[in-house]
Design a protein around this ligand. Structure first.
Ligand SMILES: CC(C)(COP(=O)(O)OP(=O)(O)OC[C@H]1O[C@@H](n2cnc3c(N)ncnc32)[C@H](O)[C@@H]1OP(=O)(O)O)[C@@H](O)C(=O)NCCC(=O)NCCS
Length: 164
């Protein structure tokens, strides 16, 4: 007998919408409720900015009708080289480690490549071991350390991925 296949509910990745706001705020509170992101959490006005900004890419992951993750950041095709920056990526804790972060990241990378970007950058806290492992596994390389980036004594690593 064949081993039973593990199936998880399908995940759709789409553009974020204004009516996602409640879910986005919940994700933010649940995912960045740690000391090193105390000064960094996005609020309603931040999300409204990304929703309205034509030069930003803002995607959500939807599973069984529930928004369970998001990724967002500016797409600066005018830069040399044309670059995008991931300002935030997050998946609700109960939905992590099931490939949803990877789906969001891949969708972000595909779309910014389509718009002409050859580089994607981000900052991640040196204390965020899960985030560091996630980005490293997806090919991001550490470029430099940014002391006091989140607050005094809370450094970040600046990472970059060159899109082939
Ligand atoms: C970083 C983050 C977005 C990753 O989301 P995720 O949905 O857990 O990502 P994935 O499931 O694709 O990958 C996470 C891990 O699960 C593993 N995984 C993926 N699918 C899996 C599955 N079906 N079963 C078991 N493990 C699985 C991956 O190997 C990966 O391991 P690694 O990162 O140590 O290499 C999530 O941890 C998060 O929201 N963290 C809080 C916010 C944050 O720190 N964001 C980054 C800074 S902005």
């Amino acid at each position: 007998m064949e081993p039973e296949e593990q199936t998880s509910p399908a995940v759709e990745v789409r553009q974020a919408r204004a009516d996602d706001m409640g879910a986005l705020l919940t994700i933010e509170q649940q995912c960045f409720n740690v000391y090193y992101y105390d000064y960094y959490m996005l609020d309603r006005r931040d999300f409204e900015f990304y929703l309205a900004d034509a030069d930003s890419l803002f995607l959500v992951a939807v599973r069984e009708g529930q928004v369970v993750g998001d990724v967002l950041g500016p797409v600066d095709t005018w830069r040399d080289p044309p670059s995008a920056h991931i300002d935030s990526i997050a998946v609700l804790p109960g939905h992590q480690h099931q490939g949803i972060g990877t789906r969001l990241l891949q969708s972000f990378l595909e779309e910014v490549r389509r718009r002409g970007c050859t580089r994607v950058t981000l900052e991640v806290s040196t204390a965020n071991a899960t985030g560091l492992a996630f980005f490293a596994r997806h090919g991001f390389r550490q470029k430099r350390r940014l002391p006091d980036y989140y607050a005094r004594g809370l450094p970040a690593l600046f990472m970059a991925l060159e899109l082939g």
